[in-house]
Design a binder for this molecule. Structure first.
Ligand code: GDP
Length: 138
């Protein structure tokens, strides 16, 4: 069954010109792009998006990083989309990510790790709703 997930091509990827390469990886792995936009996250949006981490010591830096430049947000569809994207992304820390994963190839640190992917179907729906109306998903 086709499932949805949500991704952010993070500011470090956009800055380094890796957006196209990452989108190409997603497409070649069978993700269909239902919706895509370039946005600059406000501090409030970044704080809200990562509210689950608000008590962690790295939270202020994470918010600063995610607002440091434009990002691309996308709603994706594929069978088993959430685990498939997590596997393709690799571990949070790029130095610990498996060979061939997006974070291994494009990430530069545990913070500046190239890409976000939802961790559950429930969060995918919430995160997609953060940026897209259902009518924008094609
Ligand atoms: P993810 O699901 O693999 O993205 O990881 P988490 O949900 O645990 O963390 C969210 C984001 O916070 C990560 O993708 C990183 O950008 C950042 N992050 C996670 N852990 C750390 C850390 O220990 N230090 C710093 N500076 N940033 C972190």
């Amino acid at each position: 069954m086709a499932n949805r997930t949500f991704t952010i091509i993070k500011p470090d990827s956009v800055r380094k010109g890796n957006f196209g390469k990452i989108i190409s990886r997603l497409e070649s792995e069978g993700f269909r792009i239902l919706g895509l936009k370039k946005v600059s996250l406000s501090t409030k949006q970044a704080q809200g998006f990562y509210a689950v981490h608000s008590e962690r010591p790295f939270y202020p830096d994470l918010v600063k990083y995610m607002t440091s430049g434009p990002v691309y947000v996308a709603a994706l569809e594929k069978e088993g989309a959430v685990p498939a994207l997590r596997k393709l992304m690799g571990a949070t820390d790029p130095s610990k990510a498996d060979a061939g994963t997006i974070r291994k190839e494009f990430g530069e640190s545990i913070e500046q790790n190239a890409i976000h992917g939802s961790d559950s179907d429930e969060n995918a729906a919430i995160e997609i709703g953060f940026f897209f109306a259902e009518s924008e998903l094609l």
